[in-house]
Ligand binder design. Structure first.
Ligand code: ATP
Ligand code: MG
Length: 292
């Protein structure tokens, strides 16, 4: 009898739980525009009426806050140590997006006890009720943390630009995530390009190699043009879509947000934010250091 009750309760919770779109933004190579893509996509989704949260997963140089001129006093390590609640560490950014600052000290999820895991899942699932999208700005390179966040997300956006090392590093990332971790679908964003055609060519170059050597599917999301206004906005510590909404880069981000909005969110368990945290913890336990 109690089992029947538990199942009914579980189903009720499932129905109540809000499906959340979870996107990880990665690139392999550093400096190709991950943070700018993350922030401007987040703000553009917020402009479309979505409730957006960002996770700054760049543990080395937590540059999301720097990019937005924010000054976090606490970060996720304070939540893990029980000193602060998740709500208490969250910062509010442009267009009301909410930002969870990363830990500057490295903490392995594998080192956390079950009580901390449960606490983290509970905290995120409560937040999930007031969130439509979670965007994760990952670090450069192909570290364990990049792998963990990419595996836990529903979609991985890979940012590339027109530099040979950008394509080779993106390839290395996709190879690692597909061969070692079973990911097979990646969304490609071409940044700092001069035309749509140049972006498509970059995508085609990458696809030619992945088609030959890997079992993956690459989708072309679109391009962000090289834009001086974006550089200006970085110097002002503002999102370009807010500082210069009519610039070419801003138009591209708006278009990208509309496209992202049209992607289906997995229905059922995978679409809820607590499952993202559970996948993150699993990644940590399977030998990678899943770090926050
Ligand atoms: N579309 C663009 N047009 C012009 N400049 C750009 C564009 N995108 C990025 N940049 C420039 O590249 C710099 C690096 O961008 P960003 O910090 O977003 O890259 P990143 O991939 O997050 O870097 P890191 O690997 O260090 O985290 C920006 O400060 C900006 O000057
Ligand atoms: Mg960055």
């Amino acid at each position: 009898m109690s089992e029947g009750f538990d199942q009914a309760e579980g189903l009720r919770r499932m129905k109540k739980a809000n499906p959340v779109r979870v996107l990880a933004v990665a690139s392999g190579k550093g400096g190709v525009g991950k943070t700018n893509v993350s922030v401007n996509l987040a703000v553009s989704l917020a402009h479309l009426g979505k409730r957006v949260m960002m996770l700054d997963a760049d543990l080395g140089l937590a540059n999301l806050d720097v990019m937005l001129g924010l000054h976090p006093k606490y970060n996720i390590s304070h939540v893990l140590s029980g000193k602060r609640t998740l709500e208490e560490i969250i910062l509010t950014g442009p267009a009301g997006i909410r930002i969870v600052p990363a830990a500057s000290g490295i903490q392995s999820m594998a080192e956390l006890g079950p009580a901390q895991h449960a606490g983290l899942i509970r905290a995120f699932s409560e937040l999930g009720q007031s969130m439509d999208a979670l965007i994760i700005d990952t670090a450069a390179g192909i570290s364990d943390s990049v792998v963990s966040f990419s595996k836990a997300a529903q979609e991985v956006l890979v940012v590339v630009c027109d530099e040979p090392t950008s394509l080779t590093d993106a390839y290395a990332l996709i190879k690692l995530l597909s061969r070692e971790h079973g990911l097979f679908r990646f969304r490609i964003v071409a940044n700092m390009v001069s035309s749509l055609q140049e972006g498509r060519e970059l995508y085609n170059k990458l696809t030619r190699v992945t088609d030959k050597f890997l079992d993956v599917m690459l989708d072309f999301v679109g391009v962000v043009p090289y834009d001086e206004y974006l550089r200006k906005s970085v110097r002002k510590q503002r999102a370009v879509v807010e500082a210069f909404p009519r610039s070419k880069a801003s138009m591209a981000f708006k278009e990208m947000a509309r496209r992202v909005e049209s992607w289906p969110i997995p229905s059922g368990a995978g679409g809820h934010v607590e499952f993202f945290v559970e996948r993150l913890i699993q990644a940590g336990q399977s030998g990678e250091k899943g770090m926050l």
